[in-house]
Design a protein around this ligand. Sequence first.
Ligand code: CU
Length: 372
Amino acid sequence: MATAGKIIKCKAAVAWEPNKPLVMEEIEVAPPQANEVRIKIVATAVCHTDLYFLLESNDERGFPTVLGHEAAGIVESVGPGVTEIQPGDKVIPLFIPQCRECRFCKSPKTNQCVRECQMAPLDSRFTCKGKKVLQFSGTSTFSEYTVVNQMAVAKIDPAAPLDKVCLISCGVSTGYGAVVNTAKVEPGSTCAVFGLGCVGLAAVMGCQAAGAKKIIAVDINPEKFEKAKVFGATDFVNPKDHSKPISEVLSEMTNGGVDFAMECVGNVEVMRSALESCVKGWGVGILVGWTDLYDLSVRPLQLIAGRTLKGSLFGGFKGRDDVPKMVKAYMDKKLKVDEFITHHMSLDQINDAIELMKRGECIRTVLSVSPQ
Ligand code: CU
């Protein structure tokens, strides 16, 4: 492309400091260095983890930054040493890289590459008004162009609609994979999903795909229940309708507790409830929602009695290997994605999209960034 090797000036939503609206700025994006790929972002979506970093983490050292990690785009140019990816390829950036060489990548048990999920901002190829702007989660997709290491790029089907499959880069895979990869939900089992945002709804979809016979959707906003039905939920519980603890309600509904409980909120009280909703002997609670601000407390007997508590990050998917398969599953109509999209906006409207998310009024808002 004509821009290869040159600095690109483009639009990006810059987070100058915590807890403030993002500002649309013209930024400069330097060419990719060794093993890096410069991507034209076509579509991106706001995820809770972006909000968590902006609003809750209060990590001043992480600013200014360009947030965003749920996206899809087209490769503009590649740096030296990039072998599997070419300009023009359709790609999904990955917030958990897959180097394929470390102890973790070589193990089939995990997707945790030694090159960690970079929640802490890093050096970047971005500058704005002469200032360095940091990279968020190794991706920074609230920008027309971004530069990502090739270890954090999944090449996908050239026919894939990027304004849909962008959701596979975080929310949809995180919830779905937590069920099929981490929990390994078995046919005929009883499941509970706490929190019906994108991740929770994707977990419901995973439970259905795994053949669960009872899928209990739990949320304090009953407006989410209609949507949960679309993804396969069979029962609906609003904790606000009950005076007793939700774990007791679920235990009564399921003759002693669920086989699998997925926490998709990122709240330590809900995490505890999820574990306590599991049946003794074999029940498994999975932590899917993101938080790292508070300790989680559980009564030891909950675990001694045979329950297991596990965590799942990005649904246990190894990004470069598995994201293209998830895209294929969508193209083959074996995976729902469109149903998660409740709003469409342009990148300029990102602060409106953030407000919708804060108020819990959307599942996903897809922001169009550049033409496909
Ligand atoms: Cu996310």
